[in-house]
Write a protein that binds this ligand. Structure first.
Ligand code: NAD
Length: 261
């Protein structure tokens, strides 16, 4: 399969799953706009690496996914730079772990903005072009937490359940325009997002690091293994293919059996 004629935007792609998604789309020939935070040198190395490794064009947007105006500008600039925006991957996300009664209000607002509202703003801005060109792929990185909950993750679980609903709504609205919208819902993937929540989970559950990894994270996954970013990215590439043109409005689990239980 080739995505040589396609132009993609992956939010939150300076790290973890997003970076793997951007690289996998580029490996199939798509030009890619990457986005996210990080040290400018490291981001430039990533951006230039994608161009060099895959012979595509890669640009970087510093848009902050908590800011609606930044998101709208990022989408229109991506469209203008490459001539179209065909593949939108809403992937940026953050986590915060705390009991509900102590959950900081600003963390709730930030997680809802970055993990849920940013996808609304990006889809809203990308839709007119996709409809006009009669082709598009919208892929939202949801989570097993779009289907089931875990304690101490009130904002994250709420945002991820929300993105599953947004995906279904958008899929229905765009069904006759050649545009699909789906969620990929990974279980635990070993990325900085997971690594960073370990100290707070240790505190909230009074556990050691090893206990958190084995008794909280991997306990949820019957396979007892982490999902890899590359596995998520490979499935996203498939969703961009013509073979997946009738797959829309769905939430695809990739969670080692977590949500089967
Ligand atoms: P990560 O921390 O490695 O990457 C997150 C990315 O989002 C980074 O590029 C970061 O710079 C970017 N980002 C954060 N805030 C931003 C903002 N305000 N504006 C722009 N970019 C911003 O995390 P990850 O694990 O790769 O997570 C990616 C997505 O996958 C998230 O939506 C997360 O909820 C989801 N997810 C992760 C796991 C997991 O176990 N790691 C499981 C299920 C779902």
């Amino acid at each position: 399969m080739s995505l040589k004629t396609r132009n993609a935007l992956v939010t939150g792609s300076t790290s973890g799953i997003g970076l793997a998604l951007a690289r996998a789309l580029a490996a199939e020939g798509a030009n890619v706009t990457i986005n996210g935070f990080g040290a400018p040198d490291a981001i430039e190395t990533e951006r230039a690496g994608i161009e060099k490794d895959f012979g595509v064009k890669c640009r970087y947007s510093a848009a902050d996914m908590s800011k609606p105006a930044d998101i709208a500008a990022m989408v229109s600039e991506a469209e203008a730079a490459f001539g179209s925006l065909d593949i939108l991957v809403n992937n940026a996300g953050i986590q915060f772990v705390a009991p509900i009664e102590e959950f900081p209000i600003e963390k709730w607002d930030q997680i809802i903005a970055i993990n849920l509202s940013s996808a609304f703003h990006a889809i809203r801005a990308a839709t007119p072009g996709m409809k006009a060109r009669k082709w598009g792929r919208i892929i939202n990185t949801a989570s097993a937490h779009s289907l089931v909950a875990s304690p101490f993750k009130s904002a994250y679980v709420s945002a991820k359940h929300g993105i599953a609903g947004l995906t279904k709504t958008v899929a229905l609205e765009l069904a006759t325009f050649g545009v699909t919208a789906n969620c990929i819902s990974p279980g635990y993937v070993w990325t900085p997002l997971v690594e960073k929540q370990i100290p707070d989970t240790m505190k909230a559950r009074n556990m050691t690091k090893e206990q958190v990894i084995n008794d909280v994270l991997l306990t949820a996954q019957p396979t007892k293994q982490f999902v890899t970013s590359e596995q998520v990215a490979a499935f996203a590439v498939f969703l961009c293919s013509d073979s997946a043109s009738q797959m829309t409005g769905s939430n695809y689990s990739m969670d080692g059996g977590w949500t089967a239980a």
